[in-house]
Design a protein around this ligand. Structure first.
Ligand code: SF4
Length: 407
């Protein structure tokens, strides 16, 4: 932590519980003390502290990744109580793309100045649905990971867009198959609480959401030195303490492996037709407390909140310590939240600017893994270096010449 930030933290008013040294060291030896502080400190002081930490680490740059969302297959073996992404094989909206369709989307993205190809699937659809297995086998693949690996390579070669796959809780062997074609991988932890698997809770019918399974995937990515994006879904029946426990676990794993590039703090939105249709979204103050706590615990790990899930108020998250808006697509919908269109990149740039920051485009691999020689050597597969270096400036951010402005 920079010296001036240390001094700033030492100067801040801490009422009641004093956790200054824990925050400065990033090692939360007394977790109960930290929880008490984060739960009881005035929200305005918490927000001020998280903003100070963000300002010191990220300056006035706020980033986003210009992407296409390739919804490869949206069948899924699990059922989470809040999800409308998952479809049944004969349901309207069910998708099993041919590689040529996926590549056509990436090519359209290239024309629109995108640099990320986000490839998303449901959780192991081929293990539940004969239709998904047949689709995969007919395309000539024995496993979904083989298919994604082949598709990722084609996208890279034909378009130069950098693949970032979120196919749920992959095992180590599957992740290693993707390392040479995917600059990073994604998988939401959601929450580390086993309680959310109990009968009546959100993950009762989602064995892939067993926290141990998800944490094992995150550990595997660390052992393989693959940068990973994870995140928490806030407002799904968890307690504030469970949010803090989850954040500390993420922080500890990053301290050990250095591979958690980004944490998404996502607000739950009730969706029609789901079991949680009548549940409430998290209150603004609770969400802000979780978000500020995330910055205080995670330190220099990137924190993003999706702007399309809070269209009228997303600028307020800039004051609570975020440094990134996540992937934004100028041409494809957010297939996980299709009812929430992304604001245009111009609107996000203007909102960011009005709040004192400059919007910069980043790749789906964060700058530190590109410009830090040590991280670059360890976390970037040699086959990907040329594609990455072609796109970035000295800060590891996307060169202006690759960006297509909408103004
Ligand atoms: S695992 Fe993912 S795709 Fe499947 S039901 Fe849960 S949230 Fe939806």
């Amino acid at each position: 932590m920079p010296d001036d930030l240390e001094n700033q933290i030492l100067d801040l008013p801490f009422k009641g519980v004093n956790v200054r040294q824990d925050i400065i060291s990033g090692q939360f030896v007394n977790k109960d003390k930290l929880k008490e502080f984060l739960r009881t400190v005035q929200l305005c002081d918490l927000v001020k502290l998280s903003k100070s930490i963000r300002d010191q680490i990220y300056g006035n740059h706020i980033t986003y990744s210009r992407k296409v969302f390739i919804n490869l297959v949206n069948l899924c073996k699990d059922s989470c109580s809040y999800c409308t992404y998952k479809k049944e094989p004969n349901e309207f909206g069910a998708v099993m793309l041919r590689p040529s369709q996926a590549i056509a989307i990436a090519e359209a993205g290239k024309r629109a100045g995108c640099t990320e190809a986000l490839i998303v699937t449901g959780e192991r659809p081929e293990t539940k649905y004969i239709e998904a297995k047949k689709w995969m086998n007919d395309l000539g693949f024995a496993s979904l990971t083989e298919l994604i690996s082949d598709l990722s390579e084609k996208i890279l070669v034909k378009t130069g867009l950098l693949p970032h796959t979120n196919a749920g809780s992959l095992v180590k062997k599957e992740m290693s198959m993707l390392k040479s074609t995917n600059v990073s991988l994604g998988m939401m932890l959601e929450n580390a609480s086993e309680r959310l698997l109990e009968r009546g809770q959100v993950h009762a019918n989602a064995s892939s959401k067993i926290p141990k399974v998800r944490l094992k995937s995150i550990i595997s990515a660390g052992e393989l030195k693959i940068p990973i994006t994870t995140g928490l879904l806030i407002g799904i029946g968890e307690t504030f303490e469970e949010v803090i426990d989850s954040l500390i676990l993420i922080k500890d794993l990053n301290t050990k492996y250095g591979h958690i590039q980004e944490v998404i703090i996502q607000n739950f939105l009730p969706k029609m037709g789901t079991q949680m249709e009548y549940s409430r979204s998290p209150s603004f103050s609770y969400f802000l407390r979780c978000l500020s706590s995330a910055r205080i615990i995670l330190g220099d790990i990137s924190i993003q909140v999706p702007p399309n899930l809070s269209p009228r108020i997303y600028s307020k998250y800039l004051h609570a310590g975020i440094n990134d808006w996540g992937g934004i697509s100028p041409i494809t919908p957010d297939f996980v939240n299709p009812e929430c269109p992304w604001p245009t990149i111009t609107e996000i740039a203007n909102t960011t600017y009005k709040n004192g920051h400059i919007l910069r485009a980043r790749l789906p691999i964060y700058p530190k893994y590109i410009i830090d020689q040590n991280l670059n050597r360890n976390f970037v597969h040699p086959d990907l270096k040329g594609y990455i270096e072609h796109l970035v400036d000295n800060y590891g951010l996307v060169k202006e010449e690759h960006i297509k402005h909408e103004y």
